[in-house]
Design a protein around this ligand. Structure first.
Ligand code: ATP
Length: 623
C-alpha cells in the first residue's frame, strides 16, 4: 500500500489507534498501566502547586497572617517534595516497562512472521510490506510506536484540561464591582461568551496550522521510507564485512558516496525535505506559534483587567494565567495529537494489513502415525505448482511414489524444480493442482506441526544461528550431549570439535560472545548435516549437502551415507552425479517435470536421455 494514497476518516483513524492500543495492552499490560499512572499524575500535579502558590500569594497580598503563611508555605513545600517522590517512583516504573519499546514492537511483528504461512513469508509483497513498516518505525516512529506517545499525550492533555477548566471557571463567573464603570461590560454574558469564543477559535486554529505542516510529512512518507532504505543501505556498506572484499576489488565506494552524500537526495540540503522546511512546513509552523502568542495576549489582558477592577485578589492572577494558558496548551495539544493520530492511521492500517494476513493453509487434525517401524510412504499424484504471483509453473504434473526406506536421488539442471519439489513435500507450499499423500492420506489433513516432525532437511541455503554448537545441532537448549557428539561424528565435524576449547558450548560466530568461532562454509554444512541427523526423523532430505565440502569430506559423507540415513527414507539432491550411484532410484527433473526414473545403470545406458547427457558432461573432467 502506498501510504500517501489513502485518506482515512477521523472515525476510522480513531478505531485503528484504539485497536493498536488494545494490542499493546494484550502484549504489555504493565507498560500501559505504568504509562497511564504517570501521565495522570504528571497532569494533576502542576495544578496542586499552582493552587497552593496562589493561596500563599493571596495571603501575602491580603491578611498577611504569619502563622497562616508559615502553614501554607510548609504545605506547599511538603506537597512539592511528595509530588517529586511519587513522580520519581512512577517514572522508574514506567521506564522499566517502556525501555526498548522499538524492540517490543518488533517482537509483535516477529511473532506474526513466525506464525504466518511460509508461502506468505516467501512472498515479496509481504517482505515489502514488512520492510516498509520497519522503515517507518525506525525513522519517525510512525505506526505502533506513535500510538503509545499519542495516547500518553491525549491522556495527559485530557486531565490537564479538566483540572485547568475547574480552576478557570471562576475567572469568567467572578463579577466586576459596579464601581468599575465601563469595564462592567466584562460581566455581560454576551461579552464573556464572545471572549470565550475567540479563545476557543484561536485554540483550535493553532494546532490545525501545525497539523497542515505534519500532512506534508505524511504525503512524502513513501519517499521518506525509500530514501531511508537507500540511506541505510549505502550508509552501512562500509562496515558490512561480507561485502568488503568486493568493495575493495571493484572500488565501489565511489558509487556509494554518490548516493549517500548527494545534495539532491531527499535528505540533502537541496532535497525535498529541506525545501519543505524552508517553504510551506516552515510557514505553517511559524503561523501556529504566532497564533498561540495572540491567545496568551488576550488571556493576560482579560485576567489583568478583572484583577484591576477588583473582581478577585492579586494571588488569583497567577492561578488564572497559569491555568488558562495550560488549558490552551492542553487543548492545542489534544487537537494536534488527534491530527497526529489521523496522520499515523495510514501507517497503522499498513501494520494491520500485515498483522491480519490470514493463515490460508488448511490445517488438518490427523496425527501422523508414530510408527515404530517408521513405515511411511509418500506419493505425489498429478502435482503441479506455481509460485504465488507467478504465471509459470515451477512443477508440472509430477507423479512419484517413494518406497519406504528407499534412497532417492533427485537430479536435473538449474531451475528444473528440485528444491520446489522438496518444499512441497515438506508442506512449505501446497500444490496448485493435484495432491501429495502420506500413507494414502492427503498431507493437508494431518496436523501441520506433526507432519513437519517427520522430516529432517538440509536446505541448500540452510542457516545456522549465533547460538552454541550444541544448541545449533540439537535445535534445543537442553539436549543429549552424547547424541549431539555422535551426530557430529557422522557428519565429519568431530575432529574440529576436539579443537574447540568450550566443546559443545562454543558459540558459533561472534555476535554474542567474544570467544565465538567463525566457521567456514564447509564446516557449517557439516553442522547442518549433524542437525538433520540429530533430529532423527523418518525422512532425511539433503539438498546439495556436499556443495561446500572439500573432496575428502565429500568422500567421507558418501562413505557414511548409509550410516547417516540408516533405515530412513532419504532424498538426495545433487549436481554431482557420481553421488547418485549409491541411491536406489534416480529421478531426473527437467523444466518442472519428471522426465526419467531408474537406477544409475539403467539411466546411464539410455544414451538419448537427459541423465546420460548430464553424466557425460560431468564425467569428461574426471577422465
Ligand atoms: N520463491 C520463489 N518465487 C518464485 N519463483 C521461484 C521461487 N523459488 C524458485 N522459483 C522458480 O522456480 C523454478 C524452480 O526453482 P528450484 O529452486 O526448484 O530449482 P532447482 O532445480 O532446485 O535449481 P538449482 O539446481 O539451481 O538449485 C525456477 O525457475 C525458479 O526461478
Amino acid at each position: 500500500m502506498k501510504t500517501n494514497e489513502k485518506n482515512i476518516s477521523l472515525k476510522e483513524a480513531l478505531q485503528l489507534n484504539h485497536r493498536a492500543y488494545k494490542l499493546f495492552y494484550r502484549y504489555y499490560p504493565k507498560l500501559i498501566l505504568s504509562q497511564i499512572s504517570l501521565t495522570i499524575w504528571k497532569a494533576l500535579t502542576p495544578y496542586i502547586i499552582i493552587y497552593l502558590s496562589a493561596l500563599v500569594i493571596e495571603e501575602l497580598a491580603g491578611d498577611r497572617s504569619p502563622d497562616r503563611i508559615r502553614f501554607l508555605v510548609t504545605i506547599t513545600l511538603l506537597s512539592g517534595a511528595g509530588i517529586s517522590l511519587i513522580s520519581a517512583f512512577l517514572k522508574k516504573w514506567k521506564r522499566t516497562w517502556s525501555t526498548g519499546l522499538g524492540m517490543k514492537i518488533k517482537r509483535i511483528l516477529c511473532e506474526k512472521l513466525f506464525d504466518m504461512d511460509y508461502c506468505d513469508l516467501d512472498d515479496s509483497k509481504t517482505m515489502e510490506l514488512y520492510s516498509s513498516i520497519i522503515q517507518n518505525l525506525n525513522g519517525p516512529g510512525w505506526g505502533l510506536y506513535n500510538v503509545l506517545l499519542n495516547y500518553e499525550a491525549l491522556c495527559s492533555e485530557g486531565f490537564s484540561i479538566i483540572c485547568g477548566l475547574s480552576m478557570t471557571i471562576s475567572l469568567f463567573t467572578s463579577q466586576i464591582p459596579k464601581t468599575a464603570e465601563k469595564l462592567v461590560i466584562l460581566n455581560n454574558p454576551v461579552c464573556v461568551t464572545a471572549i470565550i469564543s475567540v479563545m476557543v477559535l484561536i485554540t483550535w486554529f493553532s494546532p490545525v496550522l501545525a497539523g497542515k505542516a505534519g500532512k506534508y510529512w505524511v504525503r512524502s512518507a513513501d519517499l521518506h521510507t525509500f530514501s531511508n532504505r537507500l540511506f541505510a543501505y549505502y550508509g552501512r556498506l562500509g562496515y558490512d564485512s561480507k561485502k568488503a572484499a568486493d568493495m575493495r576489488i571493484y572500488q565501489q565506494e565511489k558509487i556509494c558516496e554518490k548516493h549517500n552524500l548527494s545534495k539532491e537526495n531527499p535528505f540533502g540540503s537541496k532535497g525535498l525535505f529541506a525545501r519543505y522546511g524552508k517553504g510551506p512546513v516552515g510557514f505553517y509552523m511559524a503561523a501556529s506559534s504566532a497564533v498561540s502568542v495572540i491567545f496568551t495576549g488576550i488571556a493576560y489582558v482579560f485576567v489583568c483587567l478583572k484583577a484591576w477592577t477588583g473582581a478577585f485578589g492579586i494571588g488569583a492572577v497567577t492561578k488564572y494565567i497559569s491555568s488558562i494558558t495550560k488549558v490552551y496548551s492542553s487543548v492545542s495539544g489534544c487537537i494536534s495529537t488527534i491530527e497526529d493520530m489521523q496522520n499515523n492511521a495510514v501507517f497503522l492500517k499498513q501494520t494491520f494489513e500485515f498483522l491480519d494476513i490470514p493463515n490460508n493453509m488448511y490445517q488438518g487434525s490427523l496425527t501422523t502415525e508414530k510408527r515404530s517401524d517408521r513405515k511411511y510412504e509418500i506419493e505425489f499424484r498429478n502435482v503441479s505448482f506455481r509460485y504465488p504471483g507467478c504465471e509459470q509453473y515451477a512443477l508440472r504434473n509430477i507423479n512419484l511414489k517413494f518406497k519406504i526406506g528407499q534412497k532417492l536421488a533427485v537430479v536435473g539442471m538449474n531451475g528444473s524444480g528440485k528444491t520446489t519439489f522438496i518444499k512441497l513435500l515438506c508442506r512449505l507450499y501446497d500444490p496448485t493442482e493435484g495432491k501429495i499423500l502420506l500413507n494414502g492420506i492427503d498431507i493437508r489433513k494431518y496436523n501441520y506441526k506433526e507432519y513437519m516432525m517427520i522430516f529432517s532437511v538440509v536446505f541448500q541455503d540452510f542457516k545456522l544461528f549465533s547460538l552454541t554448537l550444541g544448541e545449533n545441532v540439537a535445535a534445543k537448549i537442553n539436549y543429549d550431549e552424547e547424541e549431539v557428539k555422535s551426530a557430529l561424528k557422522k557428519s565429519g565435524f568431530y575432529n574440529r570439535l576436539s579443537t574447540m576449547p568450550e566443546g559443545l558450548n562454543t558459540y558459533l560466530y561472534k555476535d554474542f560472545n567474544k570467544k565465538g568461532i567463525i566457521i567456514s562454509g564447509g564446516e557449517a554444512q557439516k553442522i547442518a548435516i549433524a542437525r538433520a541427523i540429530y533430529k532423527n526423523a523418518p525422512f532425511i532430505i539433503l539438498d546439495e549437502p556436499t556443495a561446500a565440502l572439500d573432496p575428502i569430506a565429500e568422500a567421507e559423507i558418501y562413505g557414511k551415507f548409509n550410516e547417516i540415513t540408516g533405515d530412513k527414507t532419504a532424498i538426495y539432491i545433487s549436481h554431482r552425479l557420481s553421488s547418485c550411484k549409491f541411491c536406489d532410484k534416480i529421478v531426473v527433473f527437467h523444466e518442472g517435470s519428471v522426465i526419467q526414473t531408474g537406477t544409475h545403470q539403467e539411466l546411464a545406458a539410455d544414451k538419448s536421455g537427459k541423465y546420460f547427457q548430464l553424466w557425460t558432461a560431468q564425467a569428461q573432467y574426471y577422465r
